[in-house]
Design a protein around this ligand. Sequence first.
Ligand code: MN
Ligand code: MN
Length: 498
Amino acid sequence: MALLDRSEWYDIARATQWTFQYVPEEEIFPEGHSGSEGISNEVWSTYDEPYKVTYREYVDVQRQKDSGVYSVKAALDRLDMYAKADPGWISILKLHYGAVSTVEYAAALQESRYVRWSKAPGMRNMATFGMLDEIRHAQAQLFFAHEYVSKDRQFDWSHESMKTQNWGVLAARHFFDDMLMSRDATSTAIMANFAFETGFTNLQFIGLASDASNAGDFTFAKLIQSIQSDEARHAQLGTPLLQILIENGQKDRAQRLIDIALWRSWKIFTILTGIPMDYYVPLEHRESSFKEFMEEWIIDQFARSLNELGLDKPWYWDILIRDLSEHHHGQQLGTWSWRPTLWWSPAAGVSPEERDWLEEKYPGWNKTFGKCWDVLTENLKNGHVEKTIPGTLPVICNMSNLPIVGTPFTHLKDHPWEYGGRLYHFGSEVDRWIFQQDPERYSQHKSLIDRFLSGDIEPADLGGVLAYMGIGVLSEGGGDAHDYSWVDKYRSIEAKVS
Ligand code: MN
Ligand code: MN
């Protein structure tokens, strides 16, 4: 049988655009779902996806990817990495699986909305494969995490986290609901595929994969590299969309969506990637600092993509550059201190040699964040663990839903704004600016603190808050990953000196 070359039939097969005779166009593609902004169907049909693939090719490649990942897992299970791994590494797995696995299902819904509502036929086609990608990611990560549930119940959060009211989950869900789930197809693709996937998934899935290989967790490295190979493909579906918008007078709209999504992604990744890279990965296995990864993937590469498209750097670029050296250190102090509220056990990452590394990568760390750790370490040395756990709740940002943190002695400031008769609190001028872009969109959401103060959480004490967050229900909360063994190093230094 003579077979045509793919290039000879592909364009015809994907051109699924026709004129509707029985139903008005607006009923098939309501503006609120498609976000087509008055751009004509002729223009939308020019959408040119950067990669071309057929269904037959797609399933063949994906099957090979899956068999690669699952066979590495099967082969390495016998080595029992889990029993030998540093506890900091196990914490990374718990945090990753809890934060990522079921969000992949949300991403499948995100892509499915392009399949149905995008007015660009090429994008509908490409998104169909993207949707299948995301289902694969969810299923693989749930399967890989499931093996660990019998070893440690904190892995139960891999499946359950997004159904809870845990503070970290509230922050993640607020972000993903805003970016993935509740905007029209055009806006979603700009925010999620272009702003989020071209930059930030690289940080987690490539940056962390190097650390995983170094730490001997080849199964996890192989899994997340395989996922990223899909992300790198469907991430591209935002770029031709941006070209169409810019050529049709929608540059300002596109720019605003990118500015919102980039900042919101940055904030959540300080927890998901920033803290693990600089504090949890065993020192001898660290590939680069979080700041170095950010500089490579976001500051250089993402800025270049913006420039190539004729877009501008976000207006807050200088604030972002400063934040690279600051924000996640503040969140590390917060998450480690409030460790009973986590579904993983955070590593402190501040033994003497780790502090030297932090000072080298972030000059001035010892004089700022280090001073806070001095106090915590001193208390632990003297056996006062209870003095290292706060008795009250932190002030939480009404945009990021993360604690408002900053560099001790320099930048630590609430950025309040009054709207509709109530006062909102923000961790930065950028978080406040995002809220101001569409206050009605955000004003009804209650942060964990809002819920606590308005009586939604009972009893209104620490025990009540923990139960509300699922702690002690799905699993126990976190402790210090290394059970404070790092404090002994300070004790022995002192013993030598005296
Ligand atoms: Mn994915
Ligand atoms: Mn994706």
